[in-house]
Design a protein around this ligand. Structure first.
Ligand SMILES: [Zn+2]
Length: 275
C-alpha cells in the first residue's frame, strides 16, 4: 500500500480532526452534560434566571402526609448545599431548552429552595418565584397511585421535569398584568384556550397523559403536558390534541433528548408506549 502526498495530507488532517474530537469528548462532554442536546440549547435564556438560595419559612401548598407531631431529622448543611447545586444546574438546563420567545414572554424567573419533610410537595410557584422542596416526604397521599418524585433521590431528569412543570404554571397562572386570566389556560399569548376552547374536545377525546394531571385537574394536567412536550415528545404524541395546543404555545418541536424513567414513567398513564 502506498499513498500519494495529497492522500497523506488528507489523512493527517483527518487524524487531526479525530484527535480534536477525542479531546473534546474527553474534556468537554463530562463538564457539560447537556452537550448531547446542544442544538436545542439557548444560553441566552439564562439572563432571566436567578436563584434566591435557601429560605427557612416556606409554606408548602401540598398536603401533609407525615405526622406533624413526629420530629423528623433535618438533612445537614453539606447535603443541602450539594442538592441546591444539583437543582440549580438542572434548572439552568430546563430554562435553556425552552424556546427563547416563550422564556421572553415569562420574563424574570427565580428559584428558591426550602425543606419541608412533612408534605409530598416537590415545588410550587408564587408569582414568578418557584419554591423547590429539597426533601419532600416519600409517603404518598391517597390519590397518588404512582411513584413519588423524591423516592431514591431526584434524578437530573426529574429535576428538569419539575422545573419545566413549574415554569408552565407561571406561564398559565401568573401572566403579566392580567390577574383575571390566571384561571384560563392560557390563551392570551397564543389563540388557544386550554380551559375554554376545546376543553370538551380535550377531555373527551383523550385522557390526561399523567396520573398527576388526572388526579389533580386542569392546572396540573397543563403543567405536566408542557413538560412532557419538551422532554418526551414521542410520548405526548399519543395525546394529539394536547400536543398541538402546546405546539401552538411553544412554536417549536423537540427531538426528545431524555429518558423517561422512575417516577416520571410511573406517573405517565400510557408509559408502556415509550418502550
Ligand atoms: Zn404543579
Amino acid at each position: 500500500m502506498h499513498f500519494n502526498i495529497k492522500e497523506i495530507k488528507m489523512r493527517k488532517t483527518l487524524l487531526g480532526l479525530y484527535l480534536l474530537f477525542a479531546v473534546m469528548v474527553i474534556f468537554v462532554l463530562p463538564a457539560d452534560s447537556y452537550a448531547q442536546i446542544a442544538a436545542e440549547y439557548s444560553s441566552d435564556n439564562l439572563k432571566y434566571l436567578s436563584f434566591g438560595g435557601f429560605e427557612e419559612d416556606v409554606w408548602p401548598h401540598g398536603d401533609f402526609v407525615e405526622n406533624k407531631k413526629v420530629r423528623l431529622k433535618m438533612p445537614d448543611h453539606k447535603w443541602r448545599t450539594e442538592q441546591i447545586q444539583l437543582w440549580e444546574s438542572a434548572i439552568k438546563e430546563a430554562v435553556s431548552i425552552l424556546p427563547a420567545q416563550f422564556v421572553d414572554e415569562i420574563g424574570e424567573l427565580s428559584f428558591c429552595f426550602y425543606i419541608n419533610q412533612y408534605t409530598w410537595e416537590t415545588a410550587h410557584p408564587r408569582g414568578n418565584i418557584v419554591f423547590i422542596n429539597l426533601s419532600p416526604s416519600i409517603k404518598r397521599p391517597k390519590w397518588m397511585n404512582y411513584e413519588t418524585l423524591p423516592l431514591n433521590g431526584f434524578t437530573r431528569e426529574e429535576m428538569i421535569f419539575v422545573a419545566i412543570h413549574e415554569i408552565a404554571h407561571i406561564y398559565s397562572l401568573f401572566p403579566p398584568e392580567d390577574l383575571f386570566s390566571r384561571f384560563i389556560y392560557s390563551g392570551q399569548y397564543s389563540d388557544i384556550l386550554w380551559w375554554k376552547h376545546d376543553r370538551e374536545e380535550l377531555f373527551s377525546s383523550e385522557g390526561s397523559p399523567t396520573f398527576y394531571g388526572r388526579a389533580l385537574g386542569t392546572e396540573e394536567d397543563f403543567a405536566d403536558t408542557l413538560a412532557l412536550y419538551v422532554m418526551f415528545p414521542e410520548y405526548l404524541k399519543n395525546f394529539p390534541v394536547r400536543y398541538s395546543i402546546i405546539n401552538n404555545i411553544l412554536k417549536k418541536e423537540y427531538a426528545g433528548a431524555y429518558s423517561m424513567s422512575g417516577s416520571l414513567r410511573s406517573r405517565s398513564t400510557l408509559f408502556a408506549v415509550t418502550e
